[in-house]
Every structure is written in structure tokens, then in C-alpha cells.
Ligand binder design. Structure first.
Ligand SMILES: CC(C)(COP(=O)(O)OP(=O)(O)OC[C@H]1O[C@@H](n2cnc3c(N)ncnc32)[C@H](O)[C@@H]1OP(=O)(O)O)[C@@H](O)C(=O)NCCC(=O)NCCS
Length: 380
């Protein structure tokens, strides 16, 4: 039977309203995204990621004193217990950094000072959200060291979240441009309504489970190539194409063969993804500045063909992919970077869910066999 048989059924829950939220709004018709009323372009171009995280978690943009206080708390909470690194070191070297990141959070959870607090303890949840935010860049950055057989580094108090990740990842002080580009991308990746991973987080805590369990669900959900994993796949696709003069033939061939083009399309945006508009500008400027325009030239050709032939536009993962590549970030860290940003949105949603909780438990339509008759095992 097809979906059309059931008027109330929407495959993939497309168009289904899953809840009421005050966190962000996606306006498809105007290609805009606002976090608590603020245009994401303003947040990415005028503010820093920490301001956006404050806006999401506390509900308002911080004044200078509040931002200073948040940065101080983040610096104090950035380190993770040695046992977390010990647990991460047990993973095989081929473990994807998303699994390493998930393992890091799972190992950290029982060490959290509010671990035993009930799921509905709002103050504890906000405190956990800040610690999750503080530790994410450390877990990802030092996770990258661990898988290379290197010892974790001690985070520096004076670093921002973007700088902390870059410093731990490379062992070197990041330059201002690299930190700025990464910081802008973190703001763009921070929050996006009821996307799959956020919804998974909300489902998890709706059972009165805890924020750390929600983060584990979120990481697992984000990993897939139809969601966060698209930024890694997009870069691998650009590498496969290799050069601008190969791009046109490659994309026509891919479309003829009904291939999904990673980094293109979006369930919510039928026109342009506002995050992609901003990130493309950043990625192109960066590519020109660094004299590495190969990827942006290929990207232009793919975008043109996708728009004219399919009316499908790039999403944020497409320009983020080649921006990160030009910054020298290993490809399999692109989705973990998404985690560093999105933990702010996930935690905010989980807090919102728990402030007015109802167990999330939809129905399904049963189409399996009926009236089966029990047959003893010896006769089957
Ligand atoms: C994001 C995504 C899953 C949204 O998908 P969705 O709302 O379920 O829409 P569908 O996958 O059903 O696509 C609808 C149509 O557009 C086409 N389409 C959508 N995205 C496409 C893409 N990236 N490449 C080629 N065709 C695409 C589909 O083939 C389908 O065409 P059809 O009706 O002729 O079969 C989808 O666009 C996709 O897979 N994109 C690539 C992965 C990606 O970049 N994900 C990150 C999202 S931020």
C-alpha cells in the first residue's frame, strides 16, 4: 500500500508539526533563518559563536559582562577528566571521529557534577548545557590527537571555542583568519529547528532521560550523510571531480545516473539555504585569499547546473566543506565540528522540551500479517 492510502500519514514526517518552539524559525519563502528573532547573517557577521550560544541557551544576547562571564565559565569547564581520554583511547584507530566524540560524551556523563539530578531540574540542565558546550571542542580536538596516537593537550583558558578546537587539533596557535572563518560557521551550524538530530535529542529527553543521553542520540543521528555527514561527502565529491574542467561532465553524468549530490537540497528550504548564502561568501573570500580557488570554481559549476537543471540549491554543508578544506582541517572532522556548534541548539531544545514535557510517541500504521496461527517450534 502507498502513503496516499493514509491521508494523515506523511513519510519522513514531512510537513508534520512536531511541537511548538521559541528557539529558531526557518522561513523558506524568504530564505531566512532567525535564532530567537535575530537573523543568522547578523549573528554570524557581527557577533561571535559564544554570543549565539548564550542567545540560544539563556534566551537573550549577552551584554559584555554576561559574555565575559560565559567565556570564563567555558574556560573553566573546558577540560575533561583523564578517564574520558582513557576511554577514548580504547577505540580502534579506524573509529570515525563522530564515534570517538560520542564515546567521549558517554564517558564524561557520570563525571558531571549534576549527573544524578533529575531530568526536570532546570538549573542543572542549563549548567549541563554550558558544560556540554565547553567540552565539545575539547573532546573533538583531543579526540583527533588520540586517534593519531598523540597525547591530549591541555586547553588554554584564553581561547574561544573555535580556537580551542583548532589548537587541540593541530597543536599550533590558530591564525586569526582561520579562527574567524570557523567561528562564523559554528554560528551558522548552531541551531536549525526540528531537524533530525535535534528531534532525536528531544525524543530522548522526552522519556525523562538526561541531556548527555540526548547528545549521544544527537551525534548518532547527525552522522548520516543525509544530515551532518553531508559536509564530508561533499568534499569527497569535490576531490573526486578534481578540477573545474571536469565538473560539468561529472555533474551531468551524476544526474543522469540519478545520484544524490551531497551538499545540495534541503527538506525545509525550497529556494536558497540562508546559511549557504553566507558561508559561500566566506568560503569564496577565503579561497581567493589563500590562492586555492580550485574547489570554489568546481563548486560554481555544480551550483549552476543544479540550479538550472534541477532547481536545487546548495545547503550550508557544501561551502562549509571546501572552506574547511582550505583551512587544512581533515575531512572526517567536518561533521564533528558540526557537533561542536550544534550542541548549543540540541541542549536548548532539550531544556525547552523538559520545561513542558510530554512523551514523544507517534503512531505507525500496521501493514504486517494478521491472524497468524501459532505453530509449535518442532513443526515450523
Ligand atoms: C537533504 C535531503 C535529504 C532532503 O530531502 P527530502 O526533503 O527528503 O527530499 P527528497 O530526497 O525526497 O528529494 C526530492 C526530489 O529532489 C531530488 N533531490 C533532492 N536533493 C537532491 C540532491 N542533493 N541531489 C540530487 N537530487 C536531489 C530528489 O532526487 C527528489 O527528486 P524526485 O522527486 O525526482 O525523486 C536531500 O535534499 C538530500 O539527500 N540532499 C543531499 C544530502 C545533504 O546535503 N544533506 C544535508 C542537508 S542540510
Amino acid at each position: 500500500m502507498s502513503a496516499a492510502t493514509y491521508p494523515n500519514y506523511s513519510p519522513g514526517l514531512e510537513g508534520v508539526i512536531g511541537g511548538i518552539s521559541t528557539i529558531s524559525e526557518i522561513i523558506s519563502e524568504t530564505s531566512s533563518l532567525v535564532y530567537r528573532g535575530y537573523d543568522v547573517h547578523d549573528l554570524a557577521s557581527k557577533g561571535c559563536f559564544e554570543e549565539t550560544a548564550h542567545l540560544l541557551i539563556y534566551g537573550h544576547l549577552p551584554n559584555q559582562a554576561e559574555l565575559d562571564a560565559l567565556k570564563k565559565t567555558l574556560a573553566n569547564e573546558r577540560e575533561v577528566p583523564e578517564q574520558v581520554y582513557t576511554a577514548m583511547k580504547q577505540m580502534p584507530k579506524n573509529a570515525h571521529p563522530m564515534d570517538l566524540t560520542k564515546a567521549g560524551f558517554v564517558a564524561y556523563a557520570p563525571f558531571d557534577p549534576d549527573y544524578a539530578k533529575p531530568a526536570t531540574d532546570d538549573a542543572a540542565n542549563v549548567a549541563k548545557a554550558i558544560r556540554i558546550l565547553a567540552k565539545a571542542s575539547t573532546i573533538v580536538g583531543n579526540g583527533h590527537r588520540i586517534r593519531q596516537g598523540l597525547e591530549p593537550l591541555k586547553p588554554k583558558a584564553e581561547h574561544t571555542i573555535a580556537q580551542n578546537f583548532l589548537y587541540l587539533m593541530s597543536g599550533q596557535e590558530p591564525d586569526a583568519k582561520t579562527a574567524h572563518v570557523l567561528d562564523s560557521s559554528l554560528t551558522l551550524y548552531a541551531e536549525h529547528g526540528y531537524n533530525a538530530s535535534t528531534f532525536a535529542c528531544r525524543v530522548t529527553v522526552s522519556t525523562l532521560s538526561d541531556l548527555f543521553s540526548g547528545v549521544a542520540s544527537g551525534i548518532g543521528t547527525l552522522r548520516g550523510p543525509l544530515h551532518g555527514g553531508a559536509n564530508e561527502e561533499a568534499m569527497r565529491m569535490l576531490q573526486e571531480i578534481g578540477a573545474p574542467d571536469k565538473a560539468e561532465a561529472w555533474i551531468h553524468d551524476a544526474l543522469t545516473n540519478k545520484k544524490k549530490i551531497m551538499g545540495f537540497g534541503h527538506r525545509e528550504y525550497k529556494k536558497r539555504d540562508p546559511r549557504a548564502i553566507y558561508m559561500t561568501k566566506v568560503a569564496k573570500e577565503l579561497s581567493a585569499e589563500k590562492g586555492q580557488t580550485n574547489w570554489s570554481e568546481i563548486a560554481d559549476i555544480l551550483e549552476h547546473v543544479m540550479e538550472t537543471e534541477k532547481n536545487i540549491y546548495p545547503n550550508v554543508d557544501f561551502p562549509a566543506a571546501y572552506a574547511y578544506y582550505v583551512l587544512g582541517i581533515p575531512i572526517d572532522l567536518y561533521t564533528p565540528i558540526f557537533v561542536i556548534a550544534r550542541v548549543s541548539g540540541w541542549s536548548t531544545h532539550m531544556i525547552e522540551q523538559l520545561r513542558n514535557n510530554r512523551l514523544i510517541r507517534p503512531n505507525c500504521i500496521y501493514e504486517g500479517p494478521t491472524s497468524a496461527t501459532w505453530v509449535p517450534i518442532s513443526e515450523r
